[in-house]
Design a protein around this ligand. Structure first.
Ligand SMILES: C[S@@+](CC[C@H](N)C(=O)[O-])C[C@H]1O[C@@H](n2cnc3c(N)ncnc32)[C@H](O)[C@@H]1O
Length: 288
């Protein structure tokens, strides 16, 4: 039996992200390969997986940029020695299959039972072979996910590369705080944290007419500060925030001329990497 993702759930937006990755995959100058993305769309059907028309221009740019940015980050930190990777709210991410992980890498994908019940059969039908030791973990991140993650094999005595890509908008601020506290407790020295951070941009979108599409898919608009550094510092992380528009120029997804109309940081949408102060730093190289 094939599972579906219910139309009012956050899993819907994982399909929208897969749609955007499929768009990037079809480009001759693609920044990454993701041939599983189209299979997810085919399994879900066009109606369920096509984003609202208002998002169809900007979403491929944002998703291609952040995907390439975090691909580079995860490559860099695993080449640097980290062998445990945790994707929080993994959605239809296929990095376990498409990135060249160093030997001995374990990658954990945490998402809801509903999302993984859709994802796993699609990958199995394709005979998808992971390039690391992959463990999907069906759990709600409002539950006791740290215990489940450790029971599944995560060793908190060894460093972890955490990624929360596109996750924070779905969490109430108290849940986001608890999540970060738990991440900190499981982070041995040299661990890294990467995330997308855009509460101001999401709040602005919520007030726009197209914001109605997000209201129906579980976006909580957490009351977090506009920039990520103070919030992450409160949780013990030293963050480096990269403006997604600048990164879209770096990755050639918008022309440099577009920057002439914006001031640095004006997008209010950040790609963030963080380390614990005093520890080794694994940051992607500065923009080329
Ligand atoms: C916008 S999608 C992003 C998915 C993926 N990180 C990516 O970039 O392709 C957000 C994901 O967060 C997951 N999510 C939201 N709230 C969650 C929760 N409380 N527990 C587990 N997963 C959650 C959703 O199911 C969805 O797959």
């Amino acid at each position: 039996m094939s599972h579906t993702i219910s139309s009012g759930s956050p899993g819907t937006t994982a399909l929208w992200v897969a749609w955007a990755r499929a768009v990037e995959h079809r480009r001759p100058d693609r920044l990454f390969h993701d041939d599983h993305a189209a299979a997810f769309l085919a399994a879900a059907g066009a109606e369920a997986s096509t984003p609202p028309a208002e998002f169809c221009a900007a979403l491929p740019v944002a998703v291609a940029t952040r995907t390439a940015f975090f691909d580079e980050h995860l490559r860099s930190v695993t080449v640097g020695g980290i062998r445990q990777v945790v994707l929080l709210g993994a959605g239809l991410d296929t990095r376990a299959f498409r990135l060249p992980w160093p030997d001995g890498t374990s990658l954990y994908e945490l998402d809801t039972p509903e999302l993984l019940a859709f994802k796993e059969p699609v990958l199995a039908r394709r005979g998808a072979a992971a390039t690391c030791r992959r463990t999907p973990l069906a759990i709600d991140l409002t539950d006791d996910w740290p215990a489940a993650l450790c029971a599944a094999g995560l060793d908190p005595a060894r460093p972890v590369a955490w990624l929360a890509e596109g996750l924070l908008p779905y969490l109430e601020v108290e849940v986001a705080d608890r999540l970060l506290t738990a991440v900190g407790r499981l982070s041995a020295p040299d661990s890294t944290l990467a995330l997308t951070y855009n509460p101001e941009a999401m709040r602005a979108l919520a007030d726009a007419p197209s914001g109605r599409h997000l209201a129906g898919v579980g976006v909580a608009h957490p009351a977090l500060p506009g920039r990520p550094e103070p919030w992450l510092a409160r949780h013990g992380w030293q963050a480096h925030a990269h403006d997604i528009i600048e990164q879209a120029v770096v990755h050639r997804r918008i022309p440099a001329a577009a920057m002439a109309h914006t001031s640095p940081g004006s997008s209010a949408s950040w790609l963030v990497t963080a380390t614990i102060p005093g520890q080794q730093s694994h940051h992607p190289p500065p923009p080329r």
